[in-house]
Design a protein around this ligand. Sequence first.
Ligand SMILES: [Zn+2]
Ligand SMILES: [Zn+2]
Length: 254
Amino acid sequence: MREWFDIKQIDDDTYVISEYGHTEETHCYLLQGSERSVLIDTGIGISDIRKITDRICTLPVTVLTTHAHWDHIGSHASFEDIYVHADDIGWLRGHFPLPLEAVRNMIVTGLTAEPEGFDRNAYHIPVIPYAQTMRDGDVFDLGNRKVRVIHTPGHSPGHCCFYEEDRGYLYTGDLVYKGRLDANYPSTDPVQFCASVKKVSELNVTKVFPGHHDLDVPASLIRKIRDAFASLEDRGLLYQGSGLYDYGCFQINI
Ligand SMILES: [Zn+2]
Ligand SMILES: [Zn+2]
């Protein structure tokens, strides 16, 4: 049986850890520094990502959370040093907005490969009372590289992107990827989503690392999504229930 996680090295000290056995195709990113490492998100929770980071890292690992949706926090309970934006922290403290059974169903129905040893009844939404908060502009210093928090609400209230200015790397979570961008359920805000895409479009980005699907995302996709949102805004369509808008390699679901 093949390993659940697919690991790809992006450069000397950066890895993407992907879950292609599930339709979400979630990506987590491991950034190694000279003094500590950062793991951006911990995946779906079908398999424990800690066994991958233990294999690659000898330094302590800090987990940064793009947002507290179930498909990004699955292995949070395996780590001790965890940060999330204050506006999403309630979901990590036991107030997740969906019932456990609904999440279990989404995990199981999205499976496209047989996960080794996964028991749906043993799955629980992680509760992390010790998670710490981070805010817009905070910088995590890894020794020889720095990661800046960019608060980008809309998909969730506390959604954040992470930016490495020195490399031009932007880790975009569920704000920018090729696929259906969701701003259609109660905890989302399409107006904020629009403003957040505009905010990251002003950064100097050479590489985009998305939270889902195709890893080949040109920086120009940020501007395309920004312009699509701006045109929906101009047409007065940024309200929930407004519709699903198709732009080829991405869709906006409001
Ligand atoms: Zn999400
Ligand atoms: Zn997601």
